[in-house]
Design a protein around this ligand. Structure first.
Ligand SMILES: Cc1cc2nc3c(=O)[nH]c(=O)nc-3n(C[C@H](O)[C@H](O)[C@H](O)COP(=O)(O)OP(=O)(O)OC[C@H]3O[C@@H](n4cnc5c(N)ncnc54)[C@H](O)[C@@H]3O)c2cc1C
Length: 421
């Protein structure tokens, strides 16, 4: 049977485009057998604050891709928690990332993919995928297409994921954003600000410099929906944030979207199907997903090239490939961190950040894809251990004290009872 393509990639966002770019880089002879189906037409809108860690640009640079678009360059980060705010800049002065306009960034990435031989069908919406014994039928609003493999790079509401059997309900977040003028209390324009000072919220509000109108600020709210916990509506969280800054929320139309978290238990493959990017899941703690989407693509491209060359029909090794990669370890770690950041030890981590602000530098270097400073990492680890040990001693002490007072209390009760006799 003749197929329309070897690989159909559903979704032309960073994950789908990077998959095609990496496949083209390691198997140029196969790239014309790859077809991306994108429901939008570039430059299509995508609600996103557009903060991209420098490590994503480095992953693209490895195959000679440079996405040259207007960007607000980032040198540091500010994190507000109960009790204070920590602002850290990369001491070398290097940029650790940038803020882009997603419509323009994705459009430029698509142009690069086209120039490297990828085929992209725009304005084609996939409605259903139907895996068969030797091919997958992709049903679209323009008819049916058949391929050996289908990659689901279709983001948070992935259609492809519906054909991947799973009983895991991954965490979701509600995200809203607006663009406003700056206010006098804003941090400098080369700083990304995350405000997690409302401890009743499993999430945070942000203020990022917007890249286009020189002075605009993109502000938003990220609200993680943790099962069994009450969470406020992200729109009202953002309204309150704007009001605190002296801005009138009714003046700024909100863009609203969802995000889907990575879960180590959720399957990433089905028969002849595999998931990448947000269709597979991104960071639940911060909602960062662009660098992850690009990271998924950098792994998926070579993986698919191997499968196509060996004429192997199985994609089952994809989960293992991801799990063993730096990206997989990162995603797994962040999924675990959710329990700590938004759990009962939140106050401890807030205090730890205020007492060891250097810890933020490590995150900053990681975000930027800069190599870690070993001496600094050791210092932060030692301070962290001291704080952990102190907290442990206090917990054990408090538990012992409550036992002793319980015994005393019992003794006193016995004494009272005897006195009454
Ligand atoms: C408000 C908001 C702010 C955010 N801010 C940041 C940030 O600052 N930094 C960051 O790193 N991450 C941020 N994220 C997360 C980030 O936007 C996503 O994680 C990232 O875009 C995922 O990339 P992707 O390629 O997997 O999916 P997407 O970028 O969502 O791309 C999926 C593509 O598939 C197409 N598609 C979907 N369904 C179909 C279909 N049925 N048929 C054909 N095509 C289809 C879509 O049109 C789209 O082009 C934010 C998210 C939101 C909602």
């Amino acid at each position: 049977m003749s197929l329309d393509a070897d690989v159909i990639i559903v979704g032309g966002g960073p994950a789908g485009l990077t998959t095609a770019l990496y496949l083209a880089a390691c198997a140029p002879e196969l790239v014309d057998r790859v077809l991306i189906l994108e429901r939008g037409t570039y430059p299509r809108d995508k609600p996103c604050a557009g903060g991209i860690g420098g490590r994503a640009d480095r992953v693209l640079a490895r195959i000679g891709v440079r996405v040259d678009v207007p960007s607000a360059h980032v040198r540091g980060v500010a994190v507000s928690v109960r009790g204070g705010r920590v602002i850290r800049r990369e001491p070398s002065g290097l940029f650790v990332g940038r803020v882009v306009e997603r419509a323009i960034f994705d459009s430029r990435l698509a142009e690069i993919a086209l120039a490297r031989g990828a085929r992209i069908a725009q304005g084609v919406r996939v409605e259903r995928v139907e895996p068969g014994a030797d091919h997958v039928t992709v049903h679209t609003d323009h008819g049916q297409i058949r391929a050996r493999f289908v990659v689901g790079a279709d983001g948070v509401g992935s259609i492809v994921r519906r054909a991947v059997p799973s009983d895991v309900r991954a965490l979701r977040a509600q995200v809203v954003e607006v663009d406003t003028q700056p206010v006098s209390t804003d941090v400098d324009r080369d700083i990304l600000h995350f405000d997690a000072s409302d401890a009743s919220l499993d999430g945070y509000v942000w203020d990022f410099p917007a890249p286009r109108e020189r002075d605009n600020v993109c502000r938003g709210a990220y609200v993680l929906k943790i099962p069994g916990r009450k969470s406020p509506d992200a729109a009202s969280v953002l309204d309150q944030h704007l009001q605190r800054l002296g801005l009138d929320p009714s003046r700024y139309p909100q863009k609203r979207f969802a995000e889907r978290a990575f879960s180590s238990r959720a399957p990433l493959t089905g028969p002849r199907l595999m998931l990448v990017g947000e269709a597979a899941g991104v960071d639940p703690v911060s909602g960062e997903g662009i660098a992850q989407a690009i990271g998924y693509g950098a792994l998926a491209g070579p993986f698919l090239a191997e499968r196509l060359r060996s004429r192997d029909a199985h994609l089952g090794g994809w989960s293992r490939r991801l799990t063993r990669s730096a990206l997989g370890i990162d995603l797994h770690g962040r999924a675990q961190l959710t329990r700590f950041f938004f759990g009962p030890r939140r106050a401890f981590y807030e205090q730890a950040l205020l007492r060891v602000p250097e810890a933020l530098d490590i995150g900053l270097r990681y975000f930027g894809g800069l190599s870690p400073d070993a001496a600094q990492t050791a210092r932060v680890a030692a301070s962290g251990l001291r704080l952990e040990a102190g907290a442990l001693v206090r917990r054990v002490g408090a538990r012992a004290a409550s036992r002793v007072s319980g015994i005393r209390f019992q003794d006193e009760e016995i004494g009272l009872a005897r006195a009454r006799e």
